[in-house]
Design a protein around this ligand. Structure first.
Ligand code: PLP
Ligand code: TYF
Length: 394
């Protein structure tokens, strides 16, 4: 059966993590996979999550199947969090999924069912799994210009020039905030232009939101998404709780469909049920019930937001320290972009040779392409990291 299977290609990010684990050097630094870490290098369970878990355990009466849509209270809560107060709210359905990854795939399958010849447009570059997921659903993929490697910001005019050419057969995939892998987000005025273009030319916006609260704040980070939700007739959202609740391994996400009418959205939900049934059937429950427990309890919600703010503050502090140290040691301000990026990632532009030297000579692990995870740093590592980077000629 398997004799003709070729050896699998490794996921570049996950395999870097394995190599890091195998490295016996005690001063190794992991700036690879997008997982938040504290100053001690741990990814702790958030306090709000621990409290919610205990409550849920105490109250649990059954582990029976819950149904295709997952936890109804969770679905409603996610709709409230993301869309309440927008026009889209009354025309939207939500379906619990195994992570945002599950939502991306399910929504890609939905697009392919509704319009098999649709083409999904991704930022150049984009999250490592966007292209394979869209292609696995049978969709054509194109790329729009995004990151300017010189300014290290989004080239919005080039991006909008491409977006202006999209029409009714196109889907525009946008990162809600804290762009992966670049850290460079579009401005609010770009979100406004995209809304106008979607209204005028009929392409479908699809927002992937994996880092809500890691940038400027919980609601600040979805201003662009909510602007779209006020303007456009149809919208797709894949949202993740992996980062913002630290629930990586519980696989908690949501797929949201905003239709022109509630009836259209409800029909889309029926299709999503069918798609889920022929794949994993029902999503895992635990992570989503924790999220619902937290968001629906005023005190726990406050506790969670405080913790989330502390995490994003730590990332902003690290960015400041790193940029300052680069300025000090290099005598130039060419690393100041680190303070302008949002969330955990920055695309540094370090080349492959430099990355190999950093890994071999200095035990510093950075994803190929040059993306660093700022949250992988401790303040005490920064002088050595900067010295090593400058030594390899960045
Ligand atoms: N989308 C983006 C942009 C991501 O960076 C990630 C990363 O984990 C995901 C989706 C997948 O998230 P999840 O863990 O919820 O599947
Ligand atoms: O980009 C990241 O690091 C995270 C985690 O196949 C991740 O989004 C990495 C690789 C992968 C799935 C998730």
């Amino acid at each position: 059966m398997f004799a003709n299977l070729p050896a699998a290609k490794d996921d570049p990010i996950l395999s870097l993590g394995l190599a890091f684990k195998d490295d016996s050097r005690s001063d190794k630094i992991d700036l690879g996979i997008g997982v938040y870490r504290n100053e001690q290098g741990e990814t702790p369970v958030m306090k709000a999550v621990s409290i919610a878990q205990q409550r849920l355990l105490d109250q649990q009466t059954t582990q029976a199947y819950i149904g295709l849509a997952g936890n109804a209270s969770y679905n409603q809560t996610m709709l409230d969090l993301l869309l309440s107060g927008t026009d889209a709210f009354s025309r939207a359905i939500a379906m619990q999924t195994p992570g945002a990854s599950g939502a991306l795939r399910l929504l890609a399958d939905l697009i392919a069912s509704a319009k098999p010849n649709a083409k999904v447009w991704l930022s150049n570059p984009s999250y490592v799994n966007h292209q394979p997921i869209m292609q696995a659903a049978g969709l054509a993929v194109g790329f729009y210009p995004y990151f300017d490697p010189v300014s290290k910001q989004v080239d919005e005019s080039a991006m909008l020039e491409q977006v202006a050419k999209l029409g009714p057969d196109d889907v525009l995939l946008l990162h809600g905030c804290c762009h992966n892998p670049t850290g460079a987000d579009i401005s609010f005025s770009a979100w406004q232009s995209i809304s106008e273009l979607a209204l005028k030319n009929g392409f479908l916006p699809f927002v992937d939101l994996a880092y809500q609260g890691f940038g400027q704040g919980l609601m600040e980070d979805i201003q662009g998404l909510q602007h779209l939700a006020r303007q456009v007739p149809e919208l797709l959202i894949a949202s993740s709780n992996s980062k913002s609740f630290g629930l990586y391994r519980e696989r908690s996400g949501v797929a949201i469909v905003v239709g022109e009418t509630l009836q259209q959205a409800t029909n889309a939900r029926g299709k999503l049920f069918e798609l889920a049934r022929r794949s994993y059937t029902m999503p895992p429950n635990w992570g989503a019930s924790i999220v619902a427990e937290i968001l629906n309890d005023t005190q726990l919600n406050q506790q969670w937001q405080q913790e989330l703010n502390q995490m994003s503050q730590r990332m902003r502090d690290l960015r400041q320290c790193l940029a300052q140290e680069f300025a000090l040691q290099s005598g130039s301000d060419r690393f100041s972009y680190l303070t302008q990026h949002q969330g955990m990632f920055s695309l540094t532009g370090f080349n492959q040779h430099q990355l190999e030297q950093l890994r071999e000579q200095h035990a510093i692990y950075i994803v190929s392409g040059g993306r660093i995870n700022v949250a992988g740093l401790a303040k005490s590592f920064i002088p050595r990291l900067v010295k090593a980077c400058l030594a390899v000629g960045v």
